[in-house]
Design a protein around this ligand. Structure first.
Ligand SMILES: [Zn+2]
Length: 367
């Protein structure tokens, strides 16, 4: 722990000095109009942020990033979006099926799109796309630096300071008959040139590769809906009963795949991954109640007394325990819907008890 602290402290000092020396000109690093920021984060964590100069803003962001790293160095495991810190003499030793996120940092999306719940603030992650090629031995390897290509990916690390209580990632999967693949995975990622972009976030075929003719098979609004609702769900369970993520400690990464194939939206207790299958439904299952329902299954799976055993033979749903589990998940899903429907949890004052109404589902009452 002491070593981690010392390392992070040295990195922070180095970055602050380096960032000052190479500070970009306004033309290189532009921000949205101040007026937008006032509206977007009026009551939020970053209220007043807009009044700061771009230089001070970058320093504040760096402080937030690295203080998150000090406090929770353990919560970093991600499967679809593996990341690696490179500081000098880059020498990659990680790879994932979607590539690698180099030097990731939180990326606030102000008023990003959701499919059913209008615009909302959430966090993605920015990273360096190809730092090995671009490293010049001089300039610090920082996302959004004018000397490196930066990407955005639809995932977030555990940073309680930002009310992010578990690592979260959202990917896409589809079949690829041309290449004979049953499972073809895609990131939700794009190159970004300025902070606070609201998309599109599905322009990269892999995390470290750009292509002008790449067409993502899925709209990014499906992924932003899931990322936003999952971050809100972890906030709900943290605030109400001190439960972070699936495993209570928030160490397990919550992974969701937007699945373009036929099949049911479900929590898979074998892989511990949530699938939002969208081909089987007339409307995609990405409202806050349905997302919360599947995430609640993950919580139940990590309750030691239930575990995998409680999910075996689950399909017929015929025993009282399974019915009780479905009831719990419906209630948690609706709590996620109502709690965030109005600011400050005021949706609880007149809650909606109909489940799945955004999709027009027949299962519109709690089980
Ligand atoms: Zn269920």
């Amino acid at each position: 722990m002491k070593q981690i602290f010392t390392r992070q402290a040295l990195l922070l000092i180095f970055h602050l000095i380096a960032n000052w020396i190479i500070r970009p000109t306004p033309a290189q690093w532009t921000y949205p109009p101040i007026q937008n920021w006032r509206i977007n984060f009026k009551k939020g964590l970053l209220a007043g942020f807009s009044n700061l100069s771009p230089m001070i803003r970058s320093l504040v962001l760096l402080l937030i990033f690295y203080s998150g790293g000090w406090c929770f160095p353990i919560a970093t495991a991600q499967t679809y979006y593996p990341w690696q810190d490179l500081q000098q003499n880059p020498n990659p030793n990680l790879s994932g099926i979607l590539g690698v996120m180099y030097n990731p940092a939180p990326y606030p999306v102000a008023l990003g799109k959701t499919y059913y719940h209008n615009s909302a603030n959430f966090f993605g992650t920015m990273y360096l796309l190809k730092p090995i090629d671009e490293y010049d031995g001089i300039h610090p390897m920082l996302p959004l630096s004018p000397y490196y290509t930066s990407g955005f990916a639809m995932c977030s690390q555990k940073i309680p300071l930002l009310e992010l209580y578990a690592p979260i990632e959202v990917g896409a999967v589809d079949s690829d008959p041309v290449n004979g693949l049953l499972d073809k995975y895609y990131p939700f990622a794009s190159i970004v040139t300025a902070p606070f972009s609201t998309g599109p976030f599905n322009k990269l075929p892999s995390l470290n590769e750009s292509s002008t003719n790449f067409n993502h098979p899925l709209s990014d609004v499906l992924a932003s809906s899931v990322l936003e609702a999952t971050q809100k769900f972890t906030r709900l369970t943290h605030n109400f009963y001190g439960w972070d993520g699936f495993d209570k400690l928030g160490q397990k990464c919550i992974t969701t795949l937007i699945d373009k194939r036929m099949g049911r939206t479900r929590y898979d207790y074998v892989t511990k991954i949530v699938h939002h299958n969208i081909a089987s439904y007339s409307e995609p299952s990405v409202s806050r109640d349905l997302i919360g329902h599947e995430l609640a299954h993950g919580i139940l799976n990590y309750v030691p007394a239930l575990g995998d055993a409680a999910y075996e033979g689950y399909e017929d749903n015929s025993i009282p325990l399974h019915e009780l589990m479905e009831f719990f998940c419906d209630v948690m899903g609706l709590a996620n819907l109502n709690y965030h429907d109005l600011p400050n949890g005021l949706g609880f004052a007149s809650p909606n008890w109909l489940y799945g109404v955004h999709q027009g589902l027949s299962l519109s009452t709690i089980r």
